[in-house]
Design a protein around this ligand. Structure first.
Ligand code: SAM
Ligand code: SF4
Length: 529
Protein backbone atom coordinates (compact mmCIF):
# COMPACT_ATOMS: atom_id res chain seq x y z
CA UNK A 1 0.00 0.00 0.00
CA UNK A 2 1.24 3.56 -0.69
CA UNK A 3 2.77 5.14 2.38
CA UNK A 4 0.38 7.28 4.31
CA UNK A 5 -2.67 6.63 2.09
CA UNK A 6 -5.83 5.52 3.82
CA UNK A 7 -7.99 2.99 2.00
CA UNK A 8 -11.72 3.50 1.92
CA UNK A 9 -12.87 0.03 2.89
CA UNK A 10 -16.53 0.77 2.32
CA UNK A 11 -15.75 0.78 -1.44
CA UNK A 12 -15.02 -2.95 -1.41
CA UNK A 13 -18.66 -3.79 -1.15
CA UNK A 14 -20.08 -1.14 -3.35
CA UNK A 15 -22.04 -3.11 -5.92
CA UNK A 16 -24.22 -0.21 -6.96
CA UNK A 17 -23.37 -1.01 -10.59
CA UNK A 18 -24.22 -4.71 -10.27
CA UNK A 19 -27.63 -5.96 -11.32
CA UNK A 20 -29.88 -6.91 -8.37
CA UNK A 21 -31.63 -10.18 -9.15
CA UNK A 22 -33.72 -10.40 -5.99
CA UNK A 23 -34.00 -9.01 -2.47
CA UNK A 24 -35.72 -10.77 0.42
CA UNK A 25 -35.28 -11.23 4.20
CA UNK A 26 -32.16 -9.03 4.23
CA UNK A 27 -30.50 -11.15 1.53
CA UNK A 28 -29.61 -9.58 -1.79
CA UNK A 29 -28.77 -11.58 -4.89
CA UNK A 30 -26.58 -9.76 -7.43
CA UNK A 31 -25.45 -10.81 -10.87
CA UNK A 32 -21.69 -10.27 -11.03
CA UNK A 33 -19.65 -11.47 -14.02
CA UNK A 34 -22.45 -13.81 -15.07
CA UNK A 35 -22.82 -15.52 -11.65
CA UNK A 36 -25.65 -14.94 -9.23
CA UNK A 37 -24.25 -14.16 -5.78
CA UNK A 38 -26.49 -14.24 -2.72
CA UNK A 39 -25.08 -11.97 0.00
CA UNK A 40 -26.56 -12.66 3.43
CA UNK A 41 -23.91 -10.60 5.22
CA UNK A 42 -20.69 -9.07 3.93
CA UNK A 43 -17.46 -8.43 5.87
CA UNK A 44 -16.89 -4.86 7.02
CA UNK A 45 -13.48 -3.72 8.15
CA UNK A 46 -15.00 -0.84 10.14
CA UNK A 47 -17.37 -3.13 12.05
CA UNK A 48 -14.63 -5.68 12.76
CA UNK A 49 -12.53 -2.95 14.36
CA UNK A 50 -15.36 -1.72 16.56
CA UNK A 51 -15.43 -2.89 20.19
CA UNK A 52 -18.87 -2.42 21.77
CA UNK A 53 -19.93 -2.65 25.38
CA UNK A 54 -22.73 -5.17 24.75
CA UNK A 55 -22.68 -8.25 26.97
CA UNK A 56 -21.57 -11.42 25.24
CA UNK A 57 -24.36 -13.95 24.95
CA UNK A 58 -23.75 -17.63 25.57
CA UNK A 59 -26.12 -19.55 23.32
CA UNK A 60 -26.78 -23.25 22.87
CA UNK A 61 -26.27 -24.65 19.38
CA UNK A 62 -29.29 -25.74 17.42
CA UNK A 63 -33.01 -25.09 17.13
CA UNK A 64 -35.85 -26.61 15.17
CA UNK A 65 -34.76 -24.90 11.95
CA UNK A 66 -31.17 -26.12 12.25
CA UNK A 67 -32.37 -29.62 13.11
CA UNK A 68 -34.58 -29.59 9.97
CA UNK A 69 -31.63 -28.49 7.81
CA UNK A 70 -29.45 -31.24 9.29
CA UNK A 71 -32.20 -33.81 8.82
CA UNK A 72 -32.49 -32.85 5.15
CA UNK A 73 -28.80 -33.72 4.68
CA UNK A 74 -29.11 -36.94 6.68
CA UNK A 75 -31.87 -38.04 4.29
CA UNK A 76 -29.78 -37.01 1.29
CA UNK A 77 -26.90 -39.11 2.63
CA UNK A 78 -29.15 -42.09 3.12
CA UNK A 79 -30.03 -41.92 -0.59
CA UNK A 80 -26.39 -41.61 -1.64
CA UNK A 81 -23.37 -41.23 0.63
CA UNK A 82 -21.85 -37.74 0.24
CA UNK A 83 -18.25 -36.94 1.24
CA UNK A 84 -16.55 -33.83 2.61
CA UNK A 85 -12.94 -32.70 2.67
CA UNK A 86 -11.54 -29.79 4.72
CA UNK A 87 -8.05 -28.34 4.22
CA UNK A 88 -6.86 -26.34 7.21
CA UNK A 89 -4.28 -23.55 7.10
CA UNK A 90 -2.79 -21.58 9.98
CA UNK A 91 -2.98 -21.86 13.74
CA UNK A 92 -4.50 -24.28 16.28
CA UNK A 93 -7.60 -22.09 16.44
CA UNK A 94 -8.30 -22.98 12.81
CA UNK A 95 -7.55 -26.65 13.47
CA UNK A 96 -10.08 -26.58 16.26
CA UNK A 97 -12.66 -24.81 14.06
CA UNK A 98 -12.12 -27.61 11.55
CA UNK A 99 -12.93 -30.15 14.30
CA UNK A 100 -16.24 -28.34 14.82
CA UNK A 101 -17.03 -28.34 11.09
CA UNK A 102 -16.16 -32.05 10.88
CA UNK A 103 -18.51 -32.63 13.81
CA UNK A 104 -21.28 -30.77 11.97
CA UNK A 105 -20.70 -32.60 8.69
CA UNK A 106 -20.79 -35.97 10.41
CA UNK A 107 -23.93 -35.06 12.35
CA UNK A 108 -25.47 -34.43 8.92
CA UNK A 109 -24.45 -37.91 7.72
CA UNK A 110 -21.45 -36.90 5.56
CA UNK A 111 -18.29 -39.05 5.54
CA UNK A 112 -14.76 -37.62 5.42
CA UNK A 113 -12.49 -38.24 2.44
CA UNK A 114 -8.84 -37.47 1.73
CA UNK A 115 -9.47 -37.93 -1.99
CA UNK A 116 -10.75 -34.64 -3.34
CA UNK A 117 -12.08 -36.24 -6.52
CA UNK A 118 -14.48 -38.24 -4.31
CA UNK A 119 -15.61 -35.18 -2.32
CA UNK A 120 -19.02 -33.56 -2.73
CA UNK A 121 -18.03 -30.61 -0.52
CA UNK A 122 -14.52 -29.14 -0.26
CA UNK A 123 -13.80 -26.40 2.28
CA UNK A 124 -10.61 -24.37 2.60
CA UNK A 125 -10.29 -23.14 6.20
CA UNK A 126 -7.92 -20.24 5.64
CA UNK A 127 -5.35 -18.13 7.51
CA UNK A 128 -4.80 -14.39 7.00
CA UNK A 129 -1.84 -13.75 9.31
CA UNK A 130 0.78 -13.47 6.56
CA UNK A 131 0.58 -12.81 2.85
CA UNK A 132 2.17 -16.14 1.85
CA UNK A 133 -0.62 -18.00 3.69
CA UNK A 134 -3.14 -16.14 1.51
CA UNK A 135 -1.16 -16.77 -1.68
CA UNK A 136 -1.29 -20.50 -0.98
CA UNK A 137 -5.08 -20.41 -0.78
CA UNK A 138 -5.47 -18.53 -4.06
CA UNK A 139 -3.07 -21.06 -5.65
CA UNK A 140 -5.19 -23.89 -4.28
CA UNK A 141 -8.37 -22.31 -5.65
CA UNK A 142 -6.69 -22.28 -9.07
CA UNK A 143 -6.11 -26.06 -8.82
CA UNK A 144 -9.66 -26.70 -7.63
CA UNK A 145 -11.16 -24.85 -10.59
CA UNK A 146 -10.36 -27.86 -12.83
CA UNK A 147 -12.10 -30.24 -10.42
CA UNK A 148 -15.15 -27.99 -10.27
CA UNK A 149 -15.34 -27.93 -14.07
CA UNK A 150 -15.23 -31.74 -14.19
CA UNK A 151 -17.79 -32.07 -11.40
CA UNK A 152 -20.19 -29.11 -11.46
CA UNK A 153 -22.23 -30.48 -8.51
CA UNK A 154 -19.19 -30.11 -6.20
CA UNK A 155 -19.66 -27.45 -3.50
CA UNK A 156 -16.48 -25.47 -3.06
CA UNK A 157 -16.26 -23.23 0.03
CA UNK A 158 -13.82 -20.77 1.57
CA UNK A 159 -14.03 -20.10 5.31
CA UNK A 160 -11.74 -19.00 8.16
CA UNK A 161 -9.81 -15.76 8.62
CA UNK A 162 -9.37 -14.78 4.96
CA UNK A 163 -13.15 -14.72 4.52
CA UNK A 164 -13.33 -11.97 7.14
CA UNK A 165 -11.37 -9.69 4.80
CA UNK A 166 -13.55 -7.63 2.48
CA UNK A 167 -10.78 -7.43 -0.13
CA UNK A 168 -10.46 -11.24 -0.26
CA UNK A 169 -14.20 -11.83 -0.57
CA UNK A 170 -14.37 -9.22 -3.28
CA UNK A 171 -11.51 -10.88 -5.18
CA UNK A 172 -13.19 -14.29 -4.99
CA UNK A 173 -16.49 -12.85 -6.17
CA UNK A 174 -14.86 -11.09 -9.12
CA UNK A 175 -12.18 -13.57 -10.15
CA UNK A 176 -13.09 -16.99 -8.73
CA UNK A 177 -16.79 -17.11 -9.46
CA UNK A 178 -16.72 -20.94 -9.40
CA UNK A 179 -16.58 -20.80 -5.56
CA UNK A 180 -20.02 -21.66 -4.10
CA UNK A 181 -19.78 -20.64 -0.46
CA UNK A 182 -17.92 -18.06 1.64
CA UNK A 183 -18.41 -17.84 5.39
CA UNK A 184 -16.38 -16.43 8.25
CA UNK A 185 -15.07 -17.29 11.71
CA UNK A 186 -18.15 -16.09 13.65
CA UNK A 187 -20.85 -18.12 11.91
CA UNK A 188 -19.41 -21.64 11.67
CA UNK A 189 -22.48 -22.90 13.55
CA UNK A 190 -24.57 -21.75 10.56
CA UNK A 191 -22.91 -24.36 8.31
CA UNK A 192 -26.04 -26.56 7.93
CA UNK A 193 -28.08 -23.56 6.68
CA UNK A 194 -25.33 -22.21 4.45
CA UNK A 195 -24.77 -25.62 2.92
CA UNK A 196 -28.48 -25.90 2.31
CA UNK A 197 -28.47 -22.55 0.44
CA UNK A 198 -25.40 -23.50 -1.59
CA UNK A 199 -26.48 -27.08 -2.32
CA UNK A 200 -30.11 -26.51 -3.22
CA UNK A 201 -29.70 -23.06 -4.80
CA UNK A 202 -27.41 -22.24 -7.71
CA UNK A 203 -26.01 -18.98 -6.35
CA UNK A 204 -22.67 -18.35 -4.68
CA UNK A 205 -23.59 -17.77 -1.01
CA UNK A 206 -21.70 -15.16 1.01
CA UNK A 207 -22.32 -14.85 4.74
CA UNK A 208 -19.57 -13.22 6.77
CA UNK A 209 -20.47 -11.70 10.13
CA UNK A 210 -18.50 -8.72 11.33
CA UNK A 211 -20.34 -8.40 14.64
CA UNK A 212 -18.36 -9.22 17.71
CA UNK A 213 -19.89 -12.64 17.99
CA UNK A 214 -21.60 -14.62 20.70
CA UNK A 215 -20.36 -17.83 22.25
CA UNK A 216 -22.07 -20.93 20.94
CA UNK A 217 -21.88 -23.92 23.26
CA UNK A 218 -22.65 -27.61 22.58
CA UNK A 219 -21.40 -27.62 19.00
CA UNK A 220 -20.54 -31.14 17.83
CA UNK A 221 -16.77 -31.77 17.47
CA UNK A 222 -14.90 -34.54 15.73
CA UNK A 223 -11.53 -34.93 17.43
CA UNK A 224 -8.76 -37.37 16.56
CA UNK A 225 -5.88 -38.89 18.49
CA UNK A 226 -5.24 -38.65 22.23
CA UNK A 227 -4.73 -34.89 22.36
CA UNK A 228 -7.56 -32.36 22.30
CA UNK A 229 -7.85 -28.61 21.79
CA UNK A 230 -10.19 -26.74 24.13
CA UNK A 231 -11.11 -23.15 23.30
CA UNK A 232 -11.29 -21.08 26.46
CA UNK A 233 -11.78 -17.75 24.76
CA UNK A 234 -12.27 -16.20 21.36
CA UNK A 235 -11.03 -13.01 19.71
CA UNK A 236 -8.36 -10.50 20.65
CA UNK A 237 -8.45 -6.90 21.89
CA UNK A 238 -4.70 -6.26 21.83
CA UNK A 239 -4.50 -4.74 18.33
CA UNK A 240 -0.75 -5.22 17.89
CA UNK A 241 -0.05 -2.89 14.97
CA UNK A 242 1.08 -5.65 12.55
CA UNK A 243 -1.68 -8.14 13.28
CA UNK A 244 -4.95 -8.86 11.49
CA UNK A 245 -6.33 -11.28 14.10
CA UNK A 246 -8.39 -8.70 16.11
CA UNK A 247 -10.25 -7.90 12.86
CA UNK A 248 -10.76 -11.51 11.72
CA UNK A 249 -11.58 -12.99 15.15
CA UNK A 250 -13.44 -10.14 16.82
CA UNK A 251 -13.68 -8.95 20.40
CA UNK A 252 -12.17 -10.90 23.32
CA UNK A 253 -14.82 -13.11 24.89
CA UNK A 254 -14.29 -15.87 27.43
CA UNK A 255 -16.25 -19.07 27.76
CA UNK A 256 -17.72 -19.57 31.22
CA UNK A 257 -15.39 -21.54 33.52
CA UNK A 258 -18.13 -24.08 34.24
CA UNK A 259 -18.47 -24.81 30.50
CA UNK A 260 -14.69 -25.15 30.03
CA UNK A 261 -14.28 -27.38 33.08
CA UNK A 262 -17.22 -29.58 32.06
CA UNK A 263 -15.61 -30.06 28.62
CA UNK A 264 -12.22 -30.91 30.17
CA UNK A 265 -13.86 -33.42 32.54
CA UNK A 266 -15.65 -35.03 29.62
CA UNK A 267 -12.38 -35.29 27.68
CA UNK A 268 -10.73 -36.90 30.72
CA UNK A 269 -13.62 -39.36 30.93
CA UNK A 270 -13.17 -40.22 27.26
CA UNK A 271 -9.51 -41.03 27.97
CA UNK A 272 -7.74 -38.08 26.33
CA UNK A 273 -4.15 -37.83 27.60
CA UNK A 274 -3.42 -34.21 26.84
CA UNK A 275 -5.39 -31.02 26.32
CA UNK A 276 -4.29 -27.64 25.05
CA UNK A 277 -6.32 -24.64 26.18
CA UNK A 278 -6.67 -22.26 23.26
CA UNK A 279 -7.02 -18.53 22.85
CA UNK A 280 -5.18 -15.73 21.03
CA UNK A 281 -4.27 -14.36 24.42
CA UNK A 282 -5.26 -16.97 27.01
CA UNK A 283 -4.12 -14.98 29.99
CA UNK A 284 -6.63 -12.25 29.20
CA UNK A 285 -9.18 -14.95 30.11
CA UNK A 286 -11.98 -13.64 32.31
CA UNK A 287 -11.21 -9.93 31.81
CA UNK A 288 -14.57 -9.62 30.05
CA UNK A 289 -16.64 -11.19 32.84
CA UNK A 290 -18.94 -8.62 34.41
CA UNK A 291 -20.44 -10.91 37.07
CA UNK A 292 -17.31 -12.39 38.64
CA UNK A 293 -13.58 -11.97 39.32
CA UNK A 294 -12.15 -15.06 37.69
CA UNK A 295 -8.93 -15.12 35.68
CA UNK A 296 -6.72 -17.56 33.83
CA UNK A 297 -4.79 -18.49 37.00
CA UNK A 298 -8.08 -19.50 38.65
CA UNK A 299 -9.07 -21.60 35.64
CA UNK A 300 -5.69 -23.38 35.57
CA UNK A 301 -5.94 -24.03 39.30
CA UNK A 302 -9.36 -25.65 38.77
CA UNK A 303 -8.19 -27.72 35.77
CA UNK A 304 -5.22 -28.94 37.85
CA UNK A 305 -7.78 -30.90 39.87
CA UNK A 306 -9.19 -32.69 36.80
CA UNK A 307 -7.73 -36.12 36.08
CA UNK A 308 -6.22 -35.40 32.68
CA UNK A 309 -2.48 -36.17 32.57
CA UNK A 310 -1.17 -33.14 30.67
CA UNK A 311 -2.51 -29.61 30.32
CA UNK A 312 -0.93 -27.05 27.97
CA UNK A 313 -2.06 -23.61 26.84
CA UNK A 314 -1.39 -21.34 23.91
CA UNK A 315 -0.86 -18.47 23.40
CA UNK A 316 -0.03 -16.30 26.36
CA UNK A 317 0.77 -12.61 26.14
CA UNK A 318 3.65 -11.27 28.31
CA UNK A 319 1.62 -8.20 29.28
CA UNK A 320 -1.11 -10.23 31.03
CA UNK A 321 1.12 -12.86 32.66
CA UNK A 322 0.44 -12.21 36.35
CA UNK A 323 2.08 -13.58 39.52
CA UNK A 324 -0.98 -15.63 40.45
CA UNK A 325 -0.68 -17.54 37.17
CA UNK A 326 3.05 -18.17 37.80
CA UNK A 327 2.21 -19.40 41.32
CA UNK A 328 -0.42 -21.83 39.97
CA UNK A 329 1.82 -23.12 37.16
CA UNK A 330 4.59 -23.73 39.70
CA UNK A 331 2.33 -26.29 41.40
CA UNK A 332 3.06 -28.60 38.43
CA UNK A 333 1.11 -31.87 38.44
CA UNK A 334 -0.74 -32.01 35.14
CA UNK A 335 0.29 -28.41 34.32
CA UNK A 336 3.36 -28.98 32.16
CA UNK A 337 6.56 -26.94 32.46
CA UNK A 338 6.44 -25.48 28.95
CA UNK A 339 5.38 -21.91 28.27
CA UNK A 340 5.04 -20.45 24.80
CA UNK A 341 5.61 -16.75 25.38
CA UNK A 342 5.79 -14.70 22.17
CA UNK A 343 8.22 -11.78 22.56
CA UNK A 344 8.12 -10.55 18.91
CA UNK A 345 11.19 -8.28 19.35
CA UNK A 346 13.98 -7.60 21.85
CA UNK A 347 13.95 -3.85 21.25
CA UNK A 348 11.73 -1.66 23.45
CA UNK A 349 11.51 0.85 20.62
CA UNK A 350 10.22 -1.74 18.14
CA UNK A 351 7.89 -3.24 20.79
CA UNK A 352 6.44 0.23 21.26
CA UNK A 353 5.77 0.60 17.53
CA UNK A 354 4.27 -2.88 17.53
CA UNK A 355 2.03 -1.72 20.42
CA UNK A 356 2.94 -4.82 22.44
CA UNK A 357 2.55 -2.78 25.67
CA UNK A 358 5.68 -4.16 27.41
CA UNK A 359 9.36 -3.32 27.22
CA UNK A 360 12.44 -5.51 26.86
CA UNK A 361 13.09 -4.99 30.60
CA UNK A 362 9.54 -5.96 31.54
CA UNK A 363 9.82 -9.15 29.45
CA UNK A 364 13.20 -10.11 30.95
CA UNK A 365 11.87 -9.47 34.46
CA UNK A 366 8.85 -11.70 33.72
CA UNK A 367 11.20 -14.46 32.49
CA UNK A 368 13.28 -14.14 35.68
CA UNK A 369 10.13 -14.51 37.82
CA UNK A 370 8.93 -17.53 35.83
CA UNK A 371 12.34 -19.24 36.01
CA UNK A 372 12.62 -18.59 39.74
CA UNK A 373 9.22 -20.21 40.37
CA UNK A 374 9.57 -23.06 37.81
CA UNK A 375 13.29 -23.89 37.55
CA UNK A 376 12.89 -26.60 34.86
CA UNK A 377 10.60 -24.47 32.66
CA UNK A 378 11.16 -24.61 28.89
CA UNK A 379 10.34 -21.35 27.12
CA UNK A 380 9.53 -20.99 23.43
CA UNK A 381 8.51 -17.89 21.51
CA UNK A 382 7.38 -16.11 18.31
CA UNK A 383 9.58 -13.42 16.73
CA UNK A 384 9.02 -11.05 13.82
CA UNK A 385 12.10 -9.71 12.02
CA UNK A 386 12.16 -6.73 9.68
CA UNK A 387 9.32 -4.80 11.28
CA UNK A 388 9.08 -1.42 9.46
CA UNK A 389 12.13 0.68 10.30
CA UNK A 390 13.88 -2.02 12.40
CA UNK A 391 17.56 -0.99 12.57
CA UNK A 392 20.54 -3.36 12.74
CA UNK A 393 21.02 -2.38 16.43
CA UNK A 394 17.38 -3.10 17.20
CA UNK A 395 17.64 -6.49 15.51
CA UNK A 396 20.78 -7.23 17.54
CA UNK A 397 18.78 -6.46 20.68
CA UNK A 398 16.46 -9.29 19.62
CA UNK A 399 19.45 -11.62 19.24
CA UNK A 400 20.79 -10.66 22.67
CA UNK A 401 17.39 -11.14 24.32
CA UNK A 402 16.99 -14.56 22.70
CA UNK A 403 20.46 -15.52 23.97
CA UNK A 404 19.71 -14.21 27.47
CA UNK A 405 16.35 -16.03 27.80
CA UNK A 406 17.70 -19.17 26.06
CA UNK A 407 14.48 -19.98 24.22
CA UNK A 408 14.42 -23.69 23.37
CA UNK A 409 12.73 -23.02 20.04
CA UNK A 410 10.86 -20.28 18.20
CA UNK A 411 8.50 -19.59 15.34
CA UNK A 412 10.24 -16.86 13.40
CA UNK A 413 8.71 -14.72 10.66
CA UNK A 414 9.61 -11.93 8.30
CA UNK A 415 7.15 -9.09 8.85
CA UNK A 416 4.31 -9.25 6.33
CA UNK A 417 2.22 -6.10 5.82
CA UNK A 418 -1.51 -6.77 6.36
CA UNK A 419 -3.86 -4.35 4.68
CA UNK A 420 -5.88 -2.29 7.13
CA UNK A 421 -3.46 -2.71 10.07
CA UNK A 422 -1.59 0.39 11.35
CA UNK A 423 1.88 -1.07 10.58
CA UNK A 424 0.98 -1.47 6.90
CA UNK A 425 1.14 2.30 6.48
CA UNK A 426 4.35 2.79 8.52
CA UNK A 427 7.44 3.82 6.60
CA UNK A 428 9.62 0.78 5.91
CA UNK A 429 13.20 1.44 4.81
CA UNK A 430 14.52 -2.10 5.48
CA UNK A 431 15.30 -3.86 2.17
CA UNK A 432 13.74 -7.33 1.84
CA UNK A 433 17.17 -9.00 1.43
CA UNK A 434 18.22 -7.51 4.79
CA UNK A 435 15.07 -8.94 6.40
CA UNK A 436 15.87 -12.35 4.90
CA UNK A 437 19.44 -12.23 6.23
CA UNK A 438 18.15 -11.30 9.68
CA UNK A 439 15.81 -14.28 9.63
CA UNK A 440 18.73 -16.59 8.74
CA UNK A 441 20.89 -15.14 11.54
CA UNK A 442 18.07 -15.49 14.05
CA UNK A 443 17.31 -19.05 12.99
CA UNK A 444 20.99 -20.00 13.36
CA UNK A 445 20.96 -18.72 16.92
CA UNK A 446 17.69 -20.55 17.71
CA UNK A 447 19.18 -23.80 16.31
CA UNK A 448 22.24 -23.36 18.55
CA UNK A 449 20.05 -22.79 21.63
CA UNK A 450 17.71 -25.66 20.75
CA UNK A 451 20.67 -28.07 20.57
CA UNK A 452 22.01 -26.68 23.88
CA UNK A 453 18.62 -27.19 25.53
CA UNK A 454 18.33 -30.76 24.16
CA UNK A 455 21.94 -31.53 25.22
CA UNK A 456 21.04 -30.67 28.81
CA UNK A 457 18.80 -33.78 28.82
CA UNK A 458 21.55 -36.25 27.75
CA UNK A 459 21.41 -39.40 29.88
CA UNK A 460 18.19 -38.33 31.66
CA UNK A 461 15.08 -40.49 31.91
CA UNK A 462 11.95 -38.62 30.82
CA UNK A 463 8.26 -39.26 30.18
CA UNK A 464 7.06 -39.34 26.57
CA UNK A 465 3.49 -39.39 25.32
CA UNK A 466 3.74 -41.56 22.19
CA UNK A 467 1.95 -39.97 19.24
CA UNK A 468 2.75 -42.22 16.30
CA UNK A 469 5.27 -44.04 14.15
CA UNK A 470 8.05 -42.28 12.31
CA UNK A 471 7.25 -41.78 8.61
CA UNK A 472 10.64 -43.15 7.57
CA UNK A 473 10.92 -46.15 9.90
CA UNK A 474 7.90 -48.01 11.35
CA UNK A 475 10.07 -49.40 14.18
CA UNK A 476 10.66 -45.87 15.42
CA UNK A 477 8.01 -44.16 17.51
CA UNK A 478 7.72 -40.43 18.02
CA UNK A 479 6.23 -38.51 20.91
CA UNK A 480 6.52 -35.42 23.07
CA UNK A 481 7.92 -34.72 26.50
CA UNK A 482 6.03 -32.57 28.99
CA UNK A 483 8.18 -29.66 27.76
CA UNK A 484 7.00 -30.39 24.18
CA UNK A 485 10.33 -31.74 22.91
CA UNK A 486 10.12 -34.22 20.04
CA UNK A 487 11.52 -37.67 20.91
CA UNK A 488 12.28 -40.62 18.59
CA UNK A 489 12.83 -44.08 20.03
CA UNK A 490 12.35 -47.72 19.03
CA UNK A 491 9.21 -49.49 20.20
CA UNK A 492 6.09 -51.36 19.02
CA UNK A 493 3.10 -49.48 17.60
CA UNK A 494 0.93 -50.77 20.48
CA UNK A 495 2.58 -48.09 22.63
CA UNK A 496 0.96 -45.28 20.61
CA UNK A 497 -1.22 -43.22 22.93
CA UNK A 498 0.68 -44.37 26.05
CA UNK A 499 3.22 -42.74 28.34
CA UNK A 500 6.66 -44.36 28.15
CA UNK A 501 9.80 -43.60 30.18
CA UNK A 502 12.79 -43.14 27.88
CA UNK A 503 16.50 -42.42 28.39
CA UNK A 504 17.98 -39.69 26.19
CA UNK A 505 20.87 -41.11 24.14
CA UNK A 506 21.47 -38.63 21.33
CA UNK A 507 20.18 -35.06 21.59
CA UNK A 508 20.01 -33.36 18.18
CA UNK A 509 18.97 -29.88 17.08
CA UNK A 510 15.26 -30.36 16.37
CA UNK A 511 14.62 -33.75 17.98
CA UNK A 512 16.07 -36.14 20.52
CA UNK A 513 16.92 -39.81 20.03
CA UNK A 514 16.21 -41.95 23.09
CA UNK A 515 15.67 -45.55 24.18
CA UNK A 516 12.74 -47.00 26.10
CA UNK A 517 13.55 -47.79 29.72
CA UNK A 518 10.49 -50.00 30.27
CA UNK A 519 7.12 -50.65 28.59
CA UNK A 520 4.21 -48.35 29.49
CA UNK A 521 2.76 -49.04 32.92
CA UNK A 522 -0.90 -49.25 32.07
CA UNK A 523 -2.11 -49.37 35.65
CA UNK A 524 -0.28 -46.16 36.43
CA UNK A 525 -1.77 -44.58 33.33
CA UNK A 526 -5.41 -44.94 34.14
CA UNK A 527 -5.78 -41.20 34.81
CA UNK A 528 -8.82 -39.62 33.51
CA UNK A 529 -11.69 -41.99 33.76
N1 SAM B 1 -1.89 -14.21 19.82
C1 SAM B 1 -0.59 -14.65 19.65
C2 SAM B 1 0.37 -13.65 20.29
O1 SAM B 1 0.04 -12.57 20.60
O2 SAM B 1 1.52 -13.99 20.36
C3 SAM B 1 -0.19 -14.90 18.22
C4 SAM B 1 -1.16 -15.03 17.14
S1 SAM B 1 -0.52 -14.97 15.52
C5 SAM B 1 -1.62 -16.05 14.76
C6 SAM B 1 0.95 -15.95 15.57
C7 SAM B 1 2.19 -15.20 15.27
O3 SAM B 1 2.19 -14.73 13.94
C8 SAM B 1 2.46 -13.95 16.09
O4 SAM B 1 2.97 -14.25 17.35
C9 SAM B 1 3.44 -13.20 15.25
O5 SAM B 1 4.76 -13.56 15.56
C10 SAM B 1 3.11 -13.66 13.84
N2 SAM B 1 2.49 -12.58 13.05
C11 SAM B 1 1.31 -11.99 13.26
N3 SAM B 1 1.12 -11.01 12.34
C12 SAM B 1 2.22 -11.01 11.54
C13 SAM B 1 2.62 -10.23 10.43
N4 SAM B 1 1.86 -9.26 9.95
N5 SAM B 1 3.81 -10.51 9.85
C14 SAM B 1 4.59 -11.51 10.33
N6 SAM B 1 4.27 -12.27 11.38
C15 SAM B 1 3.09 -12.02 11.99
FE1 SF4 C 1 -2.32 -10.52 17.12
FE2 SF4 C 1 -1.26 -9.20 19.17
FE3 SF4 C 1 -3.72 -10.27 19.37
FE4 SF4 C 1 -1.59 -11.87 19.29
S1 SF4 C 1 -2.06 -10.36 20.90
S2 SF4 C 1 -3.49 -12.10 18.14
S3 SF4 C 1 -0.23 -10.80 17.91
S4 SF4 C 1 -3.09 -8.61 18.04
Amino acid sequence: MDKGTKKDYSKYFDFSDAKIVSQEDGRTTYKINGRNIQINAAPSYQDEKRRGKEDIQVLAFGNAETEAAMEQFRELNQGRQHYYSITTYGCQMNEHDTEVMRGLFEAMGFQPTEDRSQADVILLNTCAVRENAEDKVFGELGHLKGLKLEKPGLILGVCGCMSQEAAVVNRIMQKHAFVDLIFGTHNIHRLPHLLQDAYFGKEMVVEVWSKEGDIIENLPKKREGMRAWVNIMYGCDKFCTYCIVPYTRGKERSRLPEDVIAEVRELARQGYKEITLLGQNVNAYGKDFTDREYRFGDLMDAIREVGIPRVRFTTSHPRDFDDHLIEVLAKGGNLVEHIHLPVQSGSSEVLKRMSRKYTREHFLDLVRRIKAAIPDVVLTTDIIVGFPGETEEQFEETLSLVREVKFASAFTFIYSPREGTPAASMEDNVPYEVKQQRLVRLNELIAELSLESNESLRGQTIEVLVEGQSKNNPNVLSGRTRSNKLIHFEGPKEWIGEFVQVRVTKPQTWYITAEAVSPPERAALSHGA
